[in-house]
Write a protein that binds this ligand. Structure first.
Ligand SMILES: [Fe+2]
Ligand SMILES: [Fe+2]
Length: 380
């Protein structure tokens, strides 16, 4: 009988990107090039933002996620822009000599022990997917022979990364289309969705321990937060557009948007065979938990404390802050200070996550840029 072997784990397209990078890094050990880190930084064509999506090895690297890294515009990193335009890889084989010794970032990079780096722009047909960073502890690691040996591994990575992002792009596109067909983007306004996404990312990035979460946490929150109210496609206009307060029955019907949204999202995820893709869990949590309150007074499940996912807690704060600071059919816009006061009193009452609220309030400048609608293309 012929011997049988398990399929290599990289053939599992549901393996999170982070894990796929790890598998490739392990394989690269056989090449003995001293590569201790691989990172993928995604480029969002819509916002021009770069954000780390997966990373192995010690933290940090060129233009990638060192401890203070936050999403930033590709336009602000000309060296990467050049690689995109020229469709070229960049090899730095002697970081000690080639990096600017006066830059704090360079000093930090060298302190991590890296001596050579390879940066590759990845393309899906014509559009830029992002940049792949490989760092080696050995000066001169990326010589022509090493580059030839690396090629098949890089091809595999490109395929995996592009299939991951096409899955996410289809999911995003389908949900967006659903909102557009239901005309919900006009009513609830596209601006509300965008602001809730931006506030949510701001919170995710400002949370104290954000380094401990997966590299793509804040970006996935940003992508999925916009769909927190997708279930409103199933709520009749007489309730959705009612200018005055809702009666009890109407309120209950309005609240059913969470259950409708959960069922809808599950159908879309199943239709795309993304059920086991770890990153769609955040979408599920955002939709299911954004009206839960930590004291159990929320809906639909009346979850308490830690039962409410972090994604749900973040989006709850972002959604409330936006509802308070914007005019709605049934209320005027409250001042910033009044809104802040209300959020803090909800924290004291045990309803909202205090860390999420304080994370939102940490950076006045960024929060206000979002509030005033100046932040659409800016990092959260
Ligand atoms: Fe909602
Ligand atoms: Fe909302």
């Amino acid at each position: 009988m012929a011997p049988s072997f398990p399929l290599p784990s990289l053939h599992d397209p549901l393996l999170p990107l982070q894990e796929q990078l790890r598998v490739v890094q392990q394989r690269l050990e056989a090449l003995d090039l001293g590569i201790t880190r691989i990172a993928f930084v995604h480029h969002d064509a819509h916002t021009d933002l770069l954000a780390t999506y997966g990373e192995t090895g010690t933290e940090g690297g060129p233009e990638s996620s060192h401890p203070s890294f936050e999403p930033r515009a590709l336009a602000a990193v000309p060296s990467l822009g050049q690689l995109r335009d020229g469709r070229q890889a960049r090899v730095l084989n002697d970081l000690e000599r080639e990096l600017d010794p006066t830059s704090e970032h360079s000093r930090w990079l060298l302190a991590q022990g890296w001596r050579a780096s390879l940066t590759l722009p990845l393309f899906n047909r014509h559009s830029l997917l992002g940049f792949l960073f490989l760092d080696s502890t050995r000066a001169g690691a990326f010589d022509p022979r090493a580059m030839a040996a690396l090629e098949p591994h890089l091809e595999v990575l490109l395929l995996r990364i592009s299939s991951h992002f096409s899955g996410m792009a289809s999911l995003h596109g389908t949900l967006q289309l659903l909102l557009e067909i239901a005309d919900l983007r006009d009513r609830e306004t596209a601006a509300h969705m965008e602001r809730v996404s931006l506030y949510s990312r701001l919170i995710a990035l400002q949370l104290d321990n954000h380094q401990q979460r997966p590299a793509d946490f804040s970006e996935n929150i940003y992508r999925f937060a916009a769909f927190h109210d997708v279930g409103k496609v199933g709520i009749p206009d007489r309730i959705l557009l009612k200018p005055g307060p809702l009666c009890r029955e109407e309120r209950l019907e309005m609240e059913s948007h969470v259950l409708i949204g959960m069922a809808l999202v599950e159908r879309v995820i199943a239709a795309m065979e993304l059920e086991e893709d770890g990153s769609v869990d955040l979408l599920r949590q955002v939709v299911a938990h954004h009206h839960e309150r930590l004291d159990g007074s929320g809906y639909p499940a009346g979850l308490r404390g830690e039962e409410v996912s972090l994604a749900g807690r973040i989006v709850a704060v972002a959604d409330l802050y936006d509802a308070l600071t914007q005019a709605r059919a049934y209320k005027p816009a409250f001042s910033e200070s009044h809104a802040v006061q209300m959020l803090r009193s909800m924290v004291q009452a045990g309803k909202l996550d205090g860390e999420c609220v304080e994370a939102l309030l940490l950076n006045d400048e960024r929060r206000q840029a979002i509030l005033l609608g100046h932040a659409a293309a800016q990092p959260g």
